[in-house]
Design a protein around this ligand. Sequence first.
Ligand code: ZN
Length: 373
Amino acid sequence: MPQRTRRLFRIFGIDIEFDASWFIILFLIALSLAGEFQRIPGWSLATIWAATLITTALFFACLVLHELAHSLVARAYGIEVHAIRLYVFGGVSQITSEPKSPSAELLIALVGPLTSLVLGALFYLLAGQVQRSAPLGAMSWWLGMINILLGVFNLIPGFPLDGGRVLRALLWTANRNFLRATQWATQVGKVIAFLFILVGIVQVFHGGEWNGLWLAFIGWFLLTAADQSLKQTELRDALSQYLVRDLASPFFSRVSPDETLQHYFTQQAEQHDYQPSLVMAEDELLGLISPSDLKSIPRETWERTPVSEVMAPRDQVVTVSPRDGLGDVLDKMVTQNLPLLPVMEKSRVQGVIGRDRILQLVQSHFSSQRLPH
Ligand SMILES: [Zn+2]
């Protein structure tokens, strides 16, 4: 849910965001680490907590590095990366579109686990240089173990894990059909997810091991994720038959930059279902204004504040061309939470495309598919 995430910081132009659920894992990791460090003889309470905090922070940095590796390689292949989101199971790169070729998919997927494995090896190397019971030794030992675990876990060929993406890239190379490859990789992913759940349940009921609960939980998570990713790919496939110009509307709400916010709100926003309005002087697009931009402006100043002071200026407005595919456009709208985009050709506004219109098309497409012909 985009509303629940918060931005931590920005690196290489990519926002690092976190989800509330991420604190659960951070807390659990810190707790289990503290428990482990407690058992080392000769450590004071202060040492235990300092080592716990530093190790947790470094673990977080390793997660971000894993995701950054995916993101930077994706960007090298011309795929926009909006943000990296940290949540209960680690990180996800908010990559705005699917890779265009199997080799791109393969490299983007592989580089993450490789980063974790290399980090793991480096920490093990460091751990080998110092005494295991010394703080530096214990910390790097644990970080080595967790990074290797992270790398290996992500290489499990269950889509949408990195390993599943590697599998999809290989299937895609073999049969040249992206949708088919995704369907197969998803099936393998589901089998693996069921195995996780099964082994987890057996561990709990036969071995009395509560760790099995974690395994079952991971399996359940993988199962949902596999289903969701497949649905997304099917949706993209359905949308790829359409271009922006098939669905764009030549009618849109426009305001001039020197209109007041009050006038904009009562004359445009309220009349147009609170959709964003294009700010234009003559035929030139100057920016975009949405009712939500007014939230932070005190109402009593609306009468004297011009639209130009509050709008998103032209260089921040995402626009599309009539020939762009609808799949990519919907991805952009969803990942960046944009309800409406101006359609431009040769720097002239041709119309707008709304997220609602695309979603309506999706609905009618999928409901007509289910009807018997
Ligand atoms: Zn990864």
